[in-house]
Design a protein around this ligand. Structure first.
Ligand code: SF4
Length: 322
């Protein structure tokens, strides 16, 4: 198992060279913080940031927040009726940006703005604007040159470019999230993270059994790990070279839940609801059940208490019981 991890570490370095650069990291973190600000229109505080990005280096976090405040993309404000400070979104209204463009560009910008962070295809812009495709492609190029819009390869539209406002973080349905690189699903990496998550929960369950003297409920409760803890442990292993978020690790854990290998339980931590997980221990191995000879027997139709093929002289059972 450990060997596999080492192999993957090299593969990820190769597959994601952009992730290793500090500036690229900052750009990605900046986009994630902006995405979080859109998700929480009332603003975010340290606790929310910490929950969603638990592995974020403090110095990088301070730098990125200062950059966002300097660029006026984010604002600091005091929550009404409290002394608590929050960061909120301070996006420049598109109407200000539209002063920089001509009439036809203005029409295209409006259509792209309406599409939000899911983006829009140039063919759909043509249908909505009434302009021909050649003109639209020219306008799109000009708007991209002015950093007012950007094109993103969409995994949901057969890897075709969609267009969205420059400042927007593409929706996960467009990029596929961090488990995709240039539109390609990182199945090998996901498999390794999946295995590591399961192994951690196994180890947690084994450690919990040492508390058997305290009773089954204590053992059960001690066998849970929260998605935030698992996220931190996976990040510490350096299997992935990007800033893993709790949501991304929860997506992996969800596949284990669907496979029936682990179970999920929601718990409260103050105002917050947290997902916790533990392995599911079955009393009987399902593999043994599906492998019983009768389940896959080629002569089951002629097997009975009389005749040539009978359970009492079954060779398949002899082999299986050996
Ligand atoms: S008892 Fe043996 S021969 Fe009969 S159905 Fe089962 S496996 Fe097949």
């Amino acid at each position: 198992m450990a060997l596999k991890v080492v192999i993957k570490k090299e593969k990820v370095d190769d597959a994601r060279p952009r992730q290793s650069a500090r500036d690229d990291d900052k750009t990605e973190i900046e986009a994630r913080i902006l995405e979080l600000l859109r998700k929480y229109p009332k603003g975010i505080n340290d606790k929310i940031l910490e929950t969603h990005m638990p592995n974020l280096d403090i110095q990088i976090r301070v730098d990125v927040i200062n950059d966002l405040l300097t660029k006026k993309k984010m604002k600091l404000f005091q929550a009404p009726g409290t002394n608590e400070l929050f960061w909120g979104l301070n996006e420049q209204p598109v109407s200000i940006k539209l002063k920089e463009v001509d009439k036809e560009e203005n029409v295209v910008m409006r259509i792209i703005e309406e599409a939000g962070n899911k983006g829009i295809l140039n063919k759909d812009i043509r249908d909505q604007s009434g302009l021909n495709l050649t003109t639209i492609n020219k306008i799109l190029k000009a708007l991209e040159g002015k950093n007012l819009i950007k094109s993103v390869l969409s995994i949901s539209v057969a890897k075709i470019k969609v267009y969205m406002l420059f400042d927007l973080q593409p929706d996960r349905s467009v990029t596929g999230g961090s488990w995709y690189t240039d539109g390609e699903f990182e199945s090998e990496l996901v498999d390794i993270v999946n295995q590591q998550c399961y192994r951690m929960l196994q180890q947690k369950a084994e450690a919990a059994k040492l508390k058997a003297m305290d009773g089954p409920l204590i053992v059960r409760n001690a066998s849970f790990l929260s998605s935030k803890e698992i996220c931190q442990m996976i990040s510490d292993m350096n299997i992935v070279k990007f800033n893993l978020t709790v949501e991304e690790i929860e997506a992996i854990l969800e596949t284990l839940v669907y496979d029936g290998k682990i179970e999920m339980r929601m718990v409260s931590d103050g105002d917050e609801r947290i997902k916790t997980y533990r392995i599911v221990e079955t009393l009987l191995s399902s593999a043994a059940i599906v492998r019983i000879p009768c389940g896959v027997c080629p002569v089951i139709k002629i097997c009975g208490t009389a005749g040539e093929v009978q359970p009492k002289n079954c060779v398949y059972y002899d082999q299986w019981l050996d």
